[in-house]
Structures are given as C-alpha cells and as structure tokens.
Unconditional design. Structure first.
Length: 202
C-alpha cells in the first residue's frame, strides 16, 4: 500500500479509516451528553497522533452532532489538486447511524486521494453548511475548486453551491445511469422494448 498518497483502493480502506476506528467504532459515539468526554478524548487523539486539523460540532446540550478532520497530508494533496472535489456519504462504516462524508481529489496520476473526512449525525442544511465551512477554513485553496462531483441529493447540492459559488456541480456517472434506467421506460417514453434497450446501451 502506498501510504504517501492514501490511494482509495479496496485494500487501503482500513488504513484510510483507521482513525475512524479510534474515534467511532471503539468508543461508540452517542447522542447523549453522558458520552461527551469520550468524544473529547478521541478528538484529542486525532490531533496528537495524526496531527489532524479537526473540528467538533456540539449542540447546546453538549451532544455530539458532527466531526470534521483533515490531516496535514490531506491538506497538502488538496492544495496540489484543488480543481475537482468529489464528495459522497456512506452509512455502513459505523454502527451509530452516522453519515461518513468522504472528500477526495484526483492527483496527477489519476488516483483518488482523500482530503477530508466528516462524520455527521445530522444531515440538515445547518450541519452540512458547518462541515463545508470548516473544510474551507482548513483549506484556503478551496477558492480554486472548479468542479464538484456529488450525488443527486438536492439539499447537499444546494449547500455545496452556497459554499462554493464558483464551482460547477456535477453528478457522478453511477447516479446518472440510475436516473436513465428509471426514467427511460416503455411507459414513460412511449417506446418499444428494443428502443429502450438501445437507449440504455452505455
């Protein structure tokens, strides 16, 4: 594994999310303030062991809402390749119903490189705006972002456009193909089965 670039490949997932195992799975982040000291402890681990620039979102009841972090290597890669930012969320990395946002860029070799990780218990506009605003604070080069690749979530895209007004929003090919497959039907398009098959040959 190339630990210099943290390439996003199957065998590298455990390495890239090693810190998530520290601060999430092993300590069980909770909605309740009873566990807040553990959140603070593992927040410190990010800073001490990885030298990460990390930020916590805590509500007025001292309940954990979100976490964003970026290591020095991630920030260096973001500064080198800011033109295209890819962002997506996954829901299967933790057992606490948290959304894990992965932010990536493409390096000079065409490899995907992680430049930021967000862990959010809420996906409302305010929480997403907080996460993206902190990401911009960590990475001053965000003004150089020209394109952002994301999924079709309209709320997420709205906040992305608000936080990065200079960037063009793109939709990933996976979701584009899903939309084509759903919308190009015999009933909706008034076409034959053979015509539908030809239209979906991509």
């Amino acid at each position: 594994m190339d630990t210099t670039y943290n390439h996003v490949q199957g065998q590298d997932i455990c390495f890239n999310y090693r810190v998530l195992s520290l601060c999430l799975i092993t300590t069980q982040f909770s909605f309740y303030s009873f566990f807040y000291p553990k959140v603070q402890y593992n927040y410190s681990l990010l800073n001490i062991f990885l030298g990460a620039d990390s930020h916590l979102l805590i509500n007025t009841n001292n309940e954990f809402i979100g976490l964003l972090f970026s290591t020095p290597m991630m920030q260096q890669q973001m500064e080198c390749y800011p033109e295209l930012l890819c962002i997506d969320a996954t829901y299967k990395l933790t057992n606490i119903r948290a959304s894990v946002y992965v932010m990536m860029v493409e390096d000079g070799c065409g490899e995907s490189v992680i430049v930021g990780i967000g862990v959010m218990l809420k996906e409302d506009k305010e929480s997403l705006r907080w996460m993206l605003t902190k990401f911009k604070q960590i990475n001053p080069c965000c003004n150089s972002i020209l394109n952002i690749m994301s999924d079709k979530d309209w709320l997420e895209r709205e906040v992305l456009q608000e936080c990065f007004p200079q960037a063009k929003l793109l939709i990933c090919i996976f979701h584009a193909f899903k939309i084509f497959n759903r919308e190009i039907t015999i009933e909706k398009m008034k076409i034959t089965l053979e015509e539908r098959k030809r239209a979906l040959q991509f």
